[in-house]
Design a protein around this ligand. Structure first.
Ligand SMILES: Cc1ncc(COP(=O)(O)O)c(C=O)c1O
Length: 454
């Protein structure tokens, strides 16, 4: 048996043992699941929250910690899928929400807080104009419509292995099965849900990440039909996959040459990887960018925006962009407090310190025990991928070891670190995490590596 095979075998033993412990420790969650499944498919409000055989249900959060319904306390590494960069129940966010609650939570009329939020987003990310939405899904849906309206074209290009929300146009090749996708030089449009009209696939083209030549090839073939390229500038739904030097700049150049709108989906990276998101971190400007998650202080807001000439189709080009709750005063107040009072330049220094401490600690354990993995450090975000080399694209993600994730998840939860069950997520740290939280995580992970190494 090779070292890796032996490790995988130990991983399977750990997964079985630790899962049994996790289930024994979460019996109130099981009871709640039995109740919830009566009224909600899979017993949850969104399929991303489902669990096998049932999910852990949370009761509350405070600072960097969460408690489940069984009373187990955890350091929160899950971060609400990348939302909770301000941590839980932050006093400044409570104050903003309380004030909004006392003065009216909804009017469907624009308020001063909505304008302030638009100004702050515009300043941070260097966007001429901004519009609001209520989820990342809506933000990417609206940005794509604006791009189509501005160009008069109908086709779009996305990246294999990227998630942009659950609207039809982008629900292709998010996590396609390895047996359906063909060789490494191919990327086909594979639907990720039933219920999507077949014809939609004809308008969505898929290319690999970090491969500007593949995008150029599709432009040469049908550039005049393509409205936009939408991509996460740093992929964050396969762990973390960073752009190679020059890749994003080349995409911008190609889009400019062919009159294609370049859309950055910064739903996960915006406000987490730097104050100015991936736009600042990688130094390339898109024509449009989409935001949600971490920008709104833990409330359900979203926004998109960019070049005035493109956004102008909303005011003067007949492009419908609307929504009853868009720019809602409660959400806007929480967002303004998050961006202007909590997520200060000093907060980003602290997040960088914590993130590096965590990623370095994990990498040290990986090196010490010879685990086939690597750690990624990216501001408030980071992850361990069970593949020795950094990922370049989705095909590399397929080479990671799901068996080791399956063992790592219950191991972490049983030792007081709350994570997402899937192998595609990453940790999200908050301004309320402490060095002690990070050390607890590193100790937990080092113990896991030691067990795997045998
Ligand atoms: C990159 C990216 N875009 C869009 C979305 C969709 O956001 P929402 O779940 O708020 O609709 C997500 C959600 O995880 C995401 O990761």
């Amino acid at each position: 048996m090779s070292d890796v095979d032996a490790m995988l075998a130990r991983g399977a033993e750990i997964a079985e043992r630790e899962t049994a412990t996790l289930l024994a420790n979460t019996q109130v969650s099981k009871t709640l699941y039995d109740e919830a499944v009566g009224t909600m498919p899979l017993g949850v409000g969104s399929s991303f929250q489902a669990g096998d055989p049932y999910p852990i249900y949370l009761d509350r959060g405070l600072g960097s910690h969460v408690w489940d319904v069984d009373g187990n306390e955890y350091v929160d590494g899950h971060g609400g899928f990348g939302v909770n960069i301000v941590g839980h129940a932050h006093p400044k966010i409570i104050e903003a929400i309380e004030k909004a609650a006392h003065t009216g939570t909804h009017f469907a009329v624009t308020t001063r807080s909505t304008i302030l939020m638009a100004e702050e987003i515009s300043r941070r990310f260097g966007l001429d104009q901004v519009r609001f939405a209520n989820s990342g899904t809506e933000a990417t849906m609206d940005a794509i419509r604006v791009a189509r309206a501005a160009t008069g074209r109908e086709h779009i290009v996305k990246i294999e292995g990227s998630y942009h929300g659950h609207h039809d146009a982008v629900m292709f090749s998010v996590v396609p099965n390895s047996d359906a996708i063909g060789g490494r030089d191919m990327a086909s449009t594979i639907p990720m849900s039933t219920g999507i009209p077949k014809v939609t696939a004809e308008y969505t083209h898929v290319v690999p990440f970090n491969d500007a030549a593949a995008f150029e090839a599709i432009l040469n073939e049908r550039g005049s039909e393509i409205a936009c390229l939408i991509l996460e500038p740093v992929m964050m739904n396969i762990g973390i996959c960073q752009p190679q030097p020059g890749y994003l700049a080349r995409l911008r150049e190609l889009c400019d040459q062919h009159g294609v709108v370049l859309i950055f989906d910064e739903v996960k990276s915006g406000a987490t990887v730097a104050e100015g998101g991936a736009i600042e971190r990688y130094g390339v400007r898109p024509h449009l960018a989409c935001f949600a998650k971490a920008l709104f202080g833990g409330t359900p807001g979203a926004a998109f925006g960019g070049d005035a000439a493109i956004m102008d189709v909303i005011a003067h080009g007949g492009c419908a962009q609307q929504g009853t709750f868009n720019g809602n005063p409660l959400v806007a107040a929480a967002g303004v407090a998050a961006l202007t009072q909590v997520l200060t330049p000093e907060a980003y220094e602290q997040l960088a310190h914590l993130g590096s401490r965590l990623a370095n600690g994990c990498q040290k354990a990986i090196d010490e025990y010879g685990i086939p993995a690597h750690a990624v450090d990216l501001g408030a975000k980071g992850c361990v991928s069970f593949r020795p080399e950094p990922l370049q694209n989705y095909r590399d993600f397929l080479e990671t070891r799901p068996e080791l994730f399956a063992a790592a998840y219950p191991w972490a939860v049983n030792r007081g670190v709350f994570m997402t069950p899937g192998d595609e997520e990453q940790w999200t740290l908050s301004v309320q995490h402490t060095d002690a939280d990070i050390d607890r995580y590193v100790d937990m992970f080092s113990g896991f590596c030691a067990q795997l190494a045998g």
